[in-house]
Design a protein around this ligand. Structure first.
Ligand code: C2O
Ligand code: CU
Ligand code: CU
Length: 592
């Protein structure tokens, strides 16, 4: 057992890039590591003969090769599916794409999915957004070896909406998603059907991803620590696995089902001619009423249901969906260093096209946008089990580690505040625990902040050294406070300023995702010194719908209300910047 522990500790240190120097500098942190357990290996679940599925299909994870750029094919990993039982519309392939088939399920269906691992590494599939039992949720402890199979059985309890299926193996989620393992999973219900929204050819999935290719059209992935700390960014925007994506449309209304399937890239979506975006749904399905916005922010893992009406447009005209300029989502230091470490011709927050809609047919008739879309069961703070004591989700940022609630991911490392009583509604607060503002308003105090880094920008070596040191201070500090809501919350009050200086330098936006049922956003607040950057994104956040990912900007504090109904067991919460997730910016809630 102690060998196992040592192994997992060494492995953690190696993978998170913590060197020997940092090792020596953080006794508290290591003490916490001592109790940590390796991910268990479980016997894969088999089919239950008493479960009578309405829908059953095989889902294969396998290597493949597809044409993405002109010339050589690209080696990828992909999902492929084979329907064994149920309506044939359940599975719809996206021809020529590495993306998995679109899965269409009906609320109330009983579904069996046989996952077959044809890769050369362990994997497991997670149904992001779906409310399923813990042992069907694709927790990394259920990962299966090459050649093995895993059976999922669940009933569709979700309301209509767009969900995601993607791998979730320990420390390898980002890499597998990047190489192609992802797909969209739609749930349909009666409430949606009654609206008669545009369907068939008038309902179009838009899965946005960015990728980086070498000169042989092969995917390039994480090259250095910097790629992990900021998340990995490509310089080609792909939609449904295609560059320069175009759709041909008639002059009528369409329903665009948009998913940000990128590992780290955040988009600010807007039409190029200034037409506002009409949003009818988000992660957890339809809004109650449509919302019209000048632009909409879309972070990794987030979904948007867009009403795109091309009525009245002339044949031959076109409309381009762009990502519009914004600022503040990356650490200022990284923004500057980014240029030196590797040039990306498509900086986050710059202005670039995503896809083009060309009007190729003039028609006179179009469906009308319903003014009332759905009814959402909303909770009040007084409905929560903990109105005065929100469950903390503290974002801890350092140059060598991104964590949640100051602890790296470890199996069975559930803290008291991470135990949740089943069938309760919980108030939760996501905040920047360590430096980075966090709404504590102390940011201007320490001298080791962004300005300090700026002055050093001439010497890379110098910066590197400084980062290591500050990483050490930050980690040791977190370790010491390990107990420890106090330690976390008061990080920015530290008179030494080590923690807050470090946190501030690394402060960036994190798309925080919670497994299980969707949540409501109750309030957002931003620290005064971050308001200028925040103004470039603020109108793009939609709070009226149900969410399972929320983008938390530097200096921002977000309160949410989330139900934990029906199922006991481990449900993860993590950053959906997938590089952060794999670095350990992930924890479990134990619902009991
Ligand atoms: Cu889409 Cu645990 O994630
Ligand atoms: Cu998820
Ligand atoms: Cu993150």
């Amino acid at each position: 057992m102690s060998n196992l522990k040592n192994y997992s500790r060494r492995r953690f240190l190696a993978q998170s890039g913590l060197g020997l120097i940092a090792f020596a500098g953080m006794p508290g942190f290591l003490r916490a590591m001592e109790g940590m357990q390796a991910m268990p290996k479980l016997t894969p679940n088999k089919a239950n003969p008493n479960f009578k599925p309405d829908v059953e299909f095989d889902l294969f994870c396998r290597p493949g090769a597809v044409s993405i750029l002109p010339g050589q094919q690209t080696q990828v990993q992909q999902y492929a599916a084979l329907l064994k039982k149920g309506p044939k519309e359940t599975l719809i392939d996206i021809p020529g794409s590495y993306l998995g088939p679109l899965i269409h399920l009906q609320k109330g269906q009983k579904v069996r999915i046989n996952l077959h691992n044809k890769l050369t590494e362990p994997t497991v599939a997670h149904w992001h957004g779906m409310h399923v039992p813990a042992n069907m949720d694709g927790h990394p402890m259920y990962a299966i070896d090459p050649g093995a199979s895993l059976v999922y059985e669940f009933e569709v309890l979700n309301r209509a909406g767009m969900n995601i299926y993607h791998p979730h193996p320990h420390e390898a989620t980002a890499k597998q998603v990047y190489h192609g393992l992802a797909g969209a999973l739609f749930v349909h219900d009666e409430e949606e059907a009654k609206l008669e929204l545009p369907g068939g050819e008038f309902e179009i999935p838009i899965v946005i991803q960015d990728r980086l290719f070498d000169e042989h059209n092969q995917l390039i992935y994480v090259r250095n620590m910097h790629d992990r700390m900021t998340g990995f960014y490509g310089d080609h925007i792909l939609v449904n696995g295609r560059p320069n994506f175009q759709i041909d449309v008639a002059s009528r209304a369409y329903r665009l089902r948009v998913l940000n399937g990128s590992n780290a890239r955040i988009y600010k979506l807007g039409w190029d001619d200034g037409t506002p975006i009409t949003v009818i749904g988000v992660d957890g399905g339809l809004l109650e009423q449509p919302e019209v916005r000048p632009y909409v922010m879309l972070a990794p893992g987030e979904r948007l249901d867009v009403w795109a009406d091309f009525s009245g447009r002339n044949e031959g005209s076109q409309l381009v969906m762009r990502s519009l300029p914004f600022s503040g989502v990356l650490p200022k230091m990284a923004e500057r260093m980014g240029g030196m470490m590797h040039a990306n011709s498509l900086p986050v927050g710059s202005d670039y096209p995503i896809f083009t809609a060309r009007v190729t047919k003039k028609v006179s008739d179009s469906p009308k946008l319903p003014s009332q879309l759905s009814k959402i069961n909303r909770y009040q703070i007084s409905d929560t089990a903990n109105p005065d004591k929100p469950v903390p989700i503290g974002i801890s940022e350092g140059p060598m580690a991104m964590l949640l609630n100051s602890r790296p991911y470890a199996y069975n490392d559930v803290q008291d505040f991470e135990r949740i009583k089943v069938n309760t509604i919980q108030l939760m607060e996501i905040f920047h625990a360590h430096g980075g503002g966090g709404g504590h308003g102390k940011e201007s105090a320490p001298a080791t902040g962004e300005h300090g880094a700026e002055k050093q920008s001439g010497g890379m070596g110098h910066q590197g050294g400084g980062m290591g040191m500050m990483g050490m201070m930050g980690m040791g500090h977190q370790g010491g406070g390990m107990g420890m809501m106090g330690g976390m919350k008061h990080g920015s009050d530290d008179p030494k300023g080590g923690g807050s200086g470090m946190g501030m330098m690394m402060s960036m936006a994190h798309p925080i995702h919670l497994h299980g049922q969707q949540f409501q956003i109750v309030s957002r607040s931003i620290s005064a010194d971050k308001e200028a950057d925040y103004a470039t994104v603020r109108d793009g956040f939609i709070e009226s719908g149900l969410k399972d990912v929320v983008l938390v900007m530097p200096g921002e504090k977000v309160r949410i209300i989330k139900p934990f109904q029906d199922f006991k067991g481990l449900f993860m919460y993590h950053c959906h910047n997938l590089e952060h997730e794999d670095m350990g910016m992930m924890r479990d809630f134990l619902v009991e």
